[in-house]
Every structure is written in structure tokens, then in C-alpha cells.
Design a protein around this ligand. Structure first.
Ligand code: FE2
Ligand code: FE2
Length: 328
């Protein structure tokens, strides 16, 4: 398992280097390609994974059979990725509109031939080199690299995809007024509770209070739960109470706050209201993967994604503000 994760992470980085080189050379300026912020392109890692599996199973097959399968895998992957991003997120990752023999700007003959050549180069040149390099590494180094890089890629993916879905949703249908009143009908009784009000006294992320953060997470989680037809009341209630702890986590509170505050919040939330199984799961797992056991319900995944997104957004906005102040 860790061998494949390592392969995926390794070739995602190599693919990024190749693509940056190719695009920046053509544009004569630095271009960071892809959807994620970091120096990796998962499409190359995924391609390398499929090609390795194919190369292993097709050993001894004719070049024609291999060629057809490689063409199908690489072009199929390129088409699926391009199609999903354009169709569901309205993001165009690449554009073949200036090429001949193309399908919907997602794939074109010229690049499919390039991918085919690269697939053979991968099997006969890159894979043997990679395997001799891989065999030099200790299993511990492989495991650490695979987990750390894939973990960073996953977090990057979570933040970007949540942001893109919310942005797309906002563009397609501006929030109707009745959403706001429905949200307040659910959230109102909890917002009025003195323990929830008390969250306004604590700074949570830079200048933002814990109350404002909880409201922001609850609101975006509500919109996403509407989008995916989930249990909105459960999502909003769980999100509002997910950080219900009463200390300045930067200066006081228990050690390993990141791991422990979900349980503290759950204990406090039980004092405020009676919680359903799903609401408990939302609060207990909102810090996943720190809390190891993954969320059990889709509502819990939504709050976990949105919480991570809002947190990163707050710090990125804070950094930008600092940078502006420093340069002014
Ligand atoms: Fe939290
Ligand atoms: Fe939070």
C-alpha cells in the first residue's frame, strides 16, 4: 500500500516539475499549473499508478495491445479529469481549442500521441530507473514520504475543492432570502444560549472570534448540506457547537489542544442541548485526520471540510493583510 502511495506522491511531484517547465518555457513566465496550490499534480501520480499496474499485467503482450491500452488509460484520464472540472466546478484546467482533432477541448490527437510516447518511455526508461531508486530507500523513509506528501496533497485538495464548490454554488444561484430565515430558524435557539454567546469573548483565528468562526462554519455547512440534500438542521447544530470550548487555545488550555478540544466541545455541547448521534459525530470528528477515526456521516464530512477551509482562509487572509501592511 505505502509503495503505491509513494509512487503516486513521487510522480505527482515529478509531473509538476515537467509541466511547470513546459508551460513556463512556452509562456516565458513562471506558471504554476493545476488546481492545487502545492508543487504536485495528482493527475501525473494517478497516471503513473495506472501505467505501473498496466505494465505489470501486460508484461509479454504485443506492443500494439500495450499501445492501445496506454492510449486508453492516458487519454481517458485526461478526458475524465478535464470533463469533471469543467462540468461540475466550471474550471478549465487546460485548453486544446487551438488544436485539431480534439474532443470538447479536453483531449486532442497531438497530445494523446505525446502521452502514448511518454507512456512507453515510462515503461521502458522511467519505471526501471524508478524501481532501482525505490529499492535503495528504507521502508520507513518510503512510509514517511508517502504519508506526509499525500497528507499535504489531501489537505490542499480539501481546501481547494470546498472553496471551488462554494464559489460555483454562489455563482450559479445566489443565496435565496428564504435560506437565511431557514438557517436562523435552526440556529437561533442555540445562538441565544449564554454558553454559545460566550464564544464571542475568545479570539479564535487571528482577529476572528470563536463565535464568528462557528457562525461562518455553520452557514457554509448549511449551504453545502442544502446542495447535497443532507440533514440541514443536524449539520448547522453540529457546526455551531463544534468549537464550544472556553479558553484561549494559543495561551492556555490542555496540552495537545488540536487533538483534545473536540471531546471538550462535545462535553460542553451536551450541557447546552440534547445531541443526536450525527451531531455528536460532527463535533467529535471535526478535526479529522487528527482524530484518526474518520467521520461517519456525510454531515460530519461537510463540517470537517468547511472547518478546514474556513481556518485556512482566515490565515491566508491574515497573511495577505500583514504583507500589505509591511509593503505600505
Ligand atoms: Fe476545532
Ligand atoms: Fe473550527
Amino acid at each position: 500500500m505505502s509503495e503505491y502511495l509513494f509512487l503516486f506522491a513521487f510522480f505527482s511531484i515529478i509531473g509538476w516539475i515537467l509541466e511547470v517547465g513546459f508551460r513556463s518555457f512556452h509562456a516565458k513566465t513562471f506558471i504554476n499549473p493545476g488546481f492545487l496550490r502545492g508543487p504536485y499534480l495528482p493527475i501525473y501520480g494517478t497516471g503513473a499508478f495506472f501505467l505501473t499496474v498496466c505494465a505489470t499485467h501486460l508484461a509479454g503482450s504485443s506492443l500494439l495491445v500495450k499501445g492501445l491500452i496506454y492510449l486508453l488509460v492516458t487519454t481517458g484520464l485526461e478526458f475524465t479529469t478535464g470533463f469533471i472540472f469543467e462540468r461540475y466546478l466550471n474550471i478549465q484546467l487546460w485548453d486544446y481549442s487551438d488544436q485539431r482533432f480534439r474532443i470538447k477541448n479536453h483531449v486532442c490527437l497531438k497530445f494523446s500521441v505525446y502521452w502514448l510516447i511518454l507512456a512507453f518511455a515510462f515503461e521502458y526508461l522511467v519505471l526501471p530507473l524508478y524501481l532501482s531508486f525505490f529499492n535503495l530507500l528504507s521502508p520507513v523513509a518510503v512510509g514517511i514520504f508517502a504519508i506526509v506528501v499525500s497528507g499535504i496533497m489531501f489537505a490542499d485538495w480539501m481546501v481547494r475543492i470546498t472553496g471551488a464548490i462554494m464559489e460555483e454554488k454562489r455563482k450559479r444561484n445566489p443565496t435565496p432570502d428564504n435560506y437565511r430565515s431557514e438557517f436562523m430558524d435552526i440556529a437561533g435557539p442555540l445562538i441565544d444560549h449564554p454558553d454559545v454567546q460566550k464564544l464571542a469573548e475568545f479570539r479564535h483565528h487571528l482577529d476572528k472570534s470563536r463565535f464568528d468562526h462557528s457562525m461562518e462554519v455553520a452557514w457554509h455547512s448549511f449551504l453545502l448540506s442544502k446542495r447535497f440534500s443532507l440533514d440541514c438542521a443536524t449539520t448547522v447544530r453540529g457546526a455551531l457547537l463544534h468549537d464550544l470550548f472556553f479558553y484561549d487555545w494559543l495561551r492556555e488550555g490542555p496540552r495537545l489542544h488540536g487533538f483534545r478540544h473536540p471531546k471538550i466541545s462535545l462535553r460542553n455541547a451536551r450541557e447546552v442541548t440534547t445531541l443526536s448521534k450525527r451531531e455528536k459525530d460532527i463535533i467529535k470528528k471535526h478535526m479529522w485526520p487528527l482524530t484518526i477515526i474518520p467521520p461517519r456521516y456525510p454531515e460530519s464530512w461537510v463540517v470537517c471540510f468547511v472547518d478546514t477551509y474556513c481556518t485556512v482562509k482566515d490565515y491566508v487572509a491574515g497573511e495577505r493583510k500583514n504583507l500589505k501592511l509591511r509593503t505600505n
